[in-house]
Write a protein that binds this ligand. Structure first.
Ligand SMILES: [Zn+2]
Ligand SMILES: [Zn+2]
Length: 365
């Protein structure tokens, strides 16, 4: 099925209302296709985009980086990593990062592919002028070379998108933290990334898995996702630190995963981690400002490791789908999605996420 237009929710500039527009259907060269969007998610990044807090964004854009849908209008051979050809109607998702070059210093020498300067991200660093390359649209252009992944049999696409970019980001954060059997973990922040990190830490065999955050409804959800202890953010910082130690037999924890997004959370993470432990900073995706750290007491003398965590690569999507196919049904991912909105209500969806009325909202074109 081919149409002549793509209907998309367009963010023309920061702070401007989002409008539904009709865009031209792209010219499909061999190796490309269209994805008929089933769901695209609304996440905190989209709120930041609307507030103009990310640099290098080529407004106007079609937001929506993690999406799921059916392939249509396949031109030439479009294959998965095993060389198996996709067919029209296949239910898929795709790695939102594209054009990682494989030829630069970051890709080849330091092997930090998520820091490749040539990479582009659907819904974030592709603009409307590049084509229909965002998820808040009835169709998304799968450019040649985009890494497309089948949704495995038995995985409800709604369940995948309920994990969504929080799940793939958490896959990376857990990997950076080297969370293993018996690792004691504290997760600071109980938004979508925090909830997924809690679930993945628990599935990795971590104990205890301590969630620190607010409000209480999200802490209740964290317990259902696998947290063994929850600590409310309202508690004064020193009491909170004491409560984390108490949950871990009186000791500071091995690994702290910061996904709170507030600079002060990194300070708190350094206070909660044990000597020689690991702090993963994954919540500072936009520049939320500075904070004061004492390098002597909090880093040098503690012999601590602080690890940044930027973006995701194909492996995180691949493993996330594999995990959902085998473990996903045991966890209440779907409860994270509290609201679904048509394209025409993209402004309402964004406001609901910005005001934290919902953990996660979906655009259903
Ligand atoms: Zn590169
Ligand atoms: Zn996101």
């Amino acid at each position: 099925m081919t149409s002549s237009i793509v209907r998309a929710a367009v963010m023309r500039a920061p702070h401007e209302p989002i409008t539904v527009e009709e865009l031209p259907w792209p010219t499909l060269v061999p190796g490309s296709a269209m994805l008929r969007t089933l769901y695209s998610e609304v996440c905190g990044t989209d709120v930041h985009l609307h507030h103009g807090r990310l640099s290098g964004v080529p407004y106007p854009i079609i937001p929506g980086h993690v999406s799921v849908g059916h392939l249509t209008a396949i031109h030439g051979a479009v294959t998965d990593i095993d060389g198996m050809a996709f067919r029209e109607g296949d239910l898929v998702t795709f790695l939102d990062v594209h054009e990682t070059c494989g030829a630069c210093y970051e890709c080849l020498v330091t092997r930090q592919s998520t820091r490749c300067p040539h990479r582009k991200v659907y819904g974030i660093t592709y603009g409307v002028n590049d084509g229909p390359l965002g998820g808040w649209a009835d169709h998304i252009w799968m450019k040649p070379g985009v890494k497309i992944l089948r949704i495995p049999d038995g995985v409800d696409p709604a369940r995948f998108i309920a994990g969504g970019c929080g799940l793939v980001t958490a896959m990376h954060a857990i990997e950076r933290g080297n969370v293993r059997l018996g690792t004691s973990v504290a997760v600071l922040g109980v938004g979508p990334v925090g909830q997924a990190a809690i679930a993945l830490a628990a599935l990795s065999g971590a104990y205890p898995v301590i969630a620190v955050g607010a409000p209480s409804a999200r802490l209740d959800f964290a317990m259902r996702m696998g947290a063994t202890h929850v600590i409310p953010l309202e508690m004064p910082a020193e009491e909170r630190a004491a409560a984390v130690r108490a949950a871990n037999g009186g000791r500071p924890v091995d690994v702290v995963i910061e996904v709170a997004g507030v600079p002060d959370a990194v300070v708190q993470a350094l206070d909660l981690v044990r000597d020689g432990g690991v702090v993963v900073v994954a919540g500072q995706y936009t520049n939320a400002g500075d904070t004061v750290i004492n390098p002597h007491t909090q880093i040098n003398r503690k012999h601590v490791e602080i690890r940044g965590c930027w973006g995701c690569d194909y492996s995180h999507f691949h493993r996330a789908l594999h995990l959902l196919a085998h473990q996903g049904a045991s966890l209440p991912w779907l409860e994270a999605v509290s609201a679904r909105y048509p394209l025409e209500q993209a402004n309402e969806a964004l406001a609901a996420v910005a005001n934290r009325h919902v953990v996660k909202a979906l655009i259903v074109p």
